[in-house]
Structures are given as structure tokens and as C-alpha cells.
Ligand binder design. Structure first.
Ligand code: XUL
Length: 469
């Protein structure tokens, strides 16, 4: 019998990854990746973020995401992945980021020509050249206005209070600061629905998982909340794609140049965290997942809808049905890496040795490395916040203080979700024995490292497999 693979694509903050998956054997058959900083240096986006003099503004270049997509397919094909046996495609994007398109978008998409690149062809389709991403915290005013207008209804209906990085406040700020460009915008997409649209050569829907990260989707009715959308920016609903799960459409013939079969089903893309939930096999309530990446996130499937009384955590749609909760800590791996470099040690020392040299609890010494404005709890104070003389401490004490500080903060801000006896840990930093031990100590849970490092891309591939059932 002919093999049927599925492909999952994860468009994350620092790069894109592909995972070719064999659903019959539950096995990853091939992978490929593109790193924005290393592979596309011409965009000047190291770590996936455009330099900006305002530390609160974090944007990326959507043209770079298109070039990365072409490059990813090219790499997968030249690495010998079974392109012609791929029977469905799914994917996900970093959450909350938004792309603003003009009237050219809908005309160019169906007519994509394989002789030219995606970026070349879509260059004239952007109503706004930059895409605000999840790291942005410049929308404090807009959040205050939304909260003043809607109060607690924002959280009980959309799953979160007004949040700076969420798409609604970002759109409101764009409308306020650039009214003409907003008027020229015909379509606003999330990173996920933008790239999914490119694959199908038409408008792709937004799913409940990613849509819930916008402060615009009513999780009780599963459609855009007309009142909230109109207050966010006039005429907004007309610029948003529909909300729907399942199949987005069929693969555009453009992608045949990479050996893919045109017309195969493309599943609606979701956000990276909902995709990871599926990729980690945690889509049914029971265990929690801690993903240690650019941001650290804690998420789990929920058995009933309830929200964080402190307003830091969120409720999103679970791609497998029902809801999931998520709490995001912006200062994750990049902060740990900066601490490590400043101390001047290698990863082996950071991940293991430091924890052999210090006792659990670190004699009460804790530190929080906030080099970017933090989300949980919200704080714009930058630097290392320690309850001891951090500068004078030994390297191993600093390292345990930082890791116990981060995980202790995670525990405090996830109590509203409940207790978990099992935590699955994923993402690059899950390789650290020290971090895993601290997670087990602080959460009093069994910590299970997952072998899969690209759980979001795998989740996309697993969601695509549903299109074959
Ligand atoms: C979640 C969040 C991040 C992004 C990027 O709310 O902001 O986890 O999805 O990974």
C-alpha cells in the first residue's frame, strides 16, 4: 500500500520548521528548518524581530516569513523527504502576530506563479510592511480603553482581559496611529491564517485556538464578537477571515515545484501553543505541558471553562475540541542564554553542574531575569530582580537562583489552573536536567521529557492527519 505522510509547518518567532509525519506508524519521517537570523540575514531580523528604538515595539517582516516558507520547502525536497507521498498539510504560527493586506492580496493569491518566489509576487500586497508580534507591549493605552469599555466581559467572553500583545489591541493601535493604512487594509490575518492562505491560494479561516488570542473571538458563540470588534476598530469584522476548524482548502499548484501534489487538503492552521498541545499528546485533560522556548509557556487541556482571576493566564480553543489554558512568560530561553553568557559558562555547566553544586531551594535565594518587559506578571522593569546580592554570588548560585525564580513564578501564576501530577516538558531547554529537577521539586509532579523537540510542527502534522480520516 502506498505510504501516506502528512506535513506540519511551524512558523515561530525565530524560524520555521517542517515535520513530515507517518500517521500509520506514529513516526516522524523527515524534518527541515530555516532560521531567520542565520538563513535570511538580508532582512536584518536577528531572533525574528526588527530592530526598533522603542523597546516596547516588537515587529517582524512578513516578507521574510514568505521567503522562509519557500526555503523550507526547498530544503525538505533537497533532503529527500517523500514530497509526492505527502497527503495533507497542517501548520501553526506564533500566536497574536498580525499581517495587514491590501486589495492586491486576494487578486495575487490564486494566480501564484511557480517561476517567481512568494515574496516577489506578494510584495505589493501589504497595507503595512511590518507585522506586530507577540513580544510587543506598546498597546497599554488601547488595553485600558478596551477594559474601560467592556470590563470583565472581555475575559469571560474572549477568554482573556485586554492584553498588550493580543491582536485586537494591536489593530486598535494601528487604526489610531495609521488611519489611512488601516482604511487601505482589506484583510487582517494572524501569522497562522496568513501562511495557510498562501498555501491554498485564497482566504484561510482562523481557528478557535489561535483566534482566542485576539481579544475579539467570543468563545461562547465561536464567532467574532460584533460589539468588541467594532469598538476595537471601525469596520473590523469585514477585514477578518471567518472562524472555523477543519479543512482550509486545497494546496495551490504553485507548490508542485517542490514535488508536492497540488490539490491535497490543507487543514486550518492554529497557534503554536494549541499545536504543541496536540504534538505533545496532551489534548485530553490530565497532564500539563511546559514548553521552554523563546517564551516559556505552561498549558493544558481544560475540562471546564474558567479564567485566571489575576488576568495573566488565557483560555484558548483546543484544536481537539473544548478549551485549553495557557500562561506565557516572555523571558524564557533568550533570558537564560543571556544569564549564561554574562556569567561566562557553557551549557553543560548551566544545565547540570550548577545544580550538582547547589542545594534545592538555594537557601532561599531567587532571581528573575527580565530583559524584556515581562507578561506574567506584567512588568516593564528591566534587569535581574534578586532577593540577595546577585552580583557577588558564585556562578552556580546565580544559575539556580534564576531557574528557581522562573519556575517558582510559573507555579504562582498557574495555581488558578489546578494541580497536575504529570508535567510533560518540551522545547530546547527541556534538555536541561537541572531545569527538569526544579520543575519536579516546585510542582511536586512527575516530569516527563518529550523526545519530540518540535512539538508544534508535529501537532500541525497530526491535525493534518485528521483530513485523511
Ligand atoms: C502565547 C504567546 C507566545 C507565542 C510565541 O500567548 O504569546 O507563546 O505564541 O510562541
Amino acid at each position: 500500500m502506498q505510504k501516506r505522510y502528512t506535513l506540519g509547518i511551524d512558523s515561530s518567532t525565530q524560524g520555521v520548521k517542517a515535520c513530515v509525519y507517518d500517521p500509520a506508524e506514529d513516526r516522524v519521517a523527515a524534518t527541515a528548518s530555516v532560521n531567520f537570523g542565520a538563513d535570511l540575514p538580508q532582512y536584518g531580523c536577528p531572533d525574528g524581530v526588527l530592530p526598533n528604538p522603542d523597546p516596547l515595539v516588537k515587529q517582524s517582516d512578513p516578507m521574510m516569513w514568505l521567503d522562509a516558507l519557500d526555503m523550507l520547502f526547498g530544503r525538505l525536497n533537497s533532503a529527500g523527504a517523500p514530497m509526492s507521498e505527502i497527503a495533507a498539510i497542517g501548520g501553526d504560527g506564533q500566536q497574536h502576530g498580525s499581517v495587514y493586506l491590501n486589495r492586491n492580496w486576494r487578486e495575487i493569491l490564486p494566480a501564484l506563479n511557480p517561476e517567481r518566489t512568494l515574496a516577489e509576487q506578494l510584495a505589493t500586497a501589504f497595507a503595512r510592511p511590518a507585522a506586530p508580534i507577540w513580544m510587543d507591549s506598546s498597546t497599554g493605552n488601547e488595553c485600558r480603553e478596551l477594559s474601560a469599555r467592556f470590563g470583565g466581559r472581555l475575559q469571560t467572553d474572549t477568554g482573556s482581559p485586554a492584553i498588550e500583545r493580543f491582536t485586537g489591541p494591536q489593530i486598535r493601535r494601528f487604526w489610531r496611529t495609521c488611519p489611512e493604512e488601516y482604511a487601505n487594509t482589506t484583510d487582517i490575518h494572524l501569522v497562522s491564517s496568513f501562511l495557510c492562505s498562501v498555501l491554498i491560494g485564497g482566504t484561510a479561516p482562523i481557528d478557535r485556538g489561535d483566534g482566542a488570542g485576539m481579544n475579539l473571538l467570543n468563545l461562547h458563540t465561536n464567532v467574532w464578537d460584533p460589539e468588541i470588534a467594532e469598538f476595537t476598530a471601525p469596520g473590523l469584522i469585514k477585514k477578518l477571515p471567518p472562524v472555523r476548524d477543519g479543512r482550509a482548502g486545497n494546496l495551490h499548484p504553485y507548490f508542485a515545484k517542490y514535488g508536492l501534489r497540488p490539490g491535497i487538503p490543507v487543514a486550518v492552521w492554529t497557534g503554536d501553543n494549541p499545536a504543541s498541545l496536540v504534538g505533545c499528546g496532551a489534548e485530553k485533560p490530565g497532564c500539563a505541558v511546559v514548553s521552554l522556548g523563546t517564551s516559556d509557556t505552561f498549558f493544558a487541556a481544560m475540562d471546564h471553562f474558567h479564567t485566571d482571576p489575576d488576568g495573566c493566564g488565557h483560555v484558548f480553543g483546543n484544536p481537539a475540541g473544548g478549551c485549553m489554558c495557557l500562561t506565557c512568560f516572555k523571558n524564557g530561553s533568550l533570558a537564560r542564554d543571556r544569564v549564561r553568557r554574562e556569567i561566562g559558562v557553557d551549557w553543560k555547566f548551566f544545565d547540570e553542574t550548577a545544580f550538582d553544586l547547589t542545594p534545592p531551594g538555594n537557601l532561599g535565594r531567587q532571581a528573575l531575569p527580565w530583559f524584556e518587559p515581562e507578561i506574567t506578571p506584567p512588568s516593564k522593569e528591566l534587569g535581574i530582580k534578586a532577593n540577595f546580592d546577585y552580583a557577588a554570588a558564585a556562578p552556580e548560585v546565580k544559575i539556580r537562583a534564576v531557574v528557581e525564580g522562573q519556575i517558582g513564578n510559573m507555579r504562582e501564576h498557574t495555581r488558578w489552573i489546578g494541580d497536575f501530577s504529570e508535567i510533560r516538558v518540551t522545547g530546547g531547554a527541556s534538555r536541561s536536567r537541572g531545569i527538569r529537577e526544579v520543575l519536579a521539586d516546585i510542582f511536586k509532579a512527575q516530569v516527563v521529557p518529550l523526545e519530540v523537540t518540535d512539538s508544534a510542527a508535529l501537532g500541525g502534522a497530526k491535525l493534518a492527519a485528521k483530513e485523511l480520516e
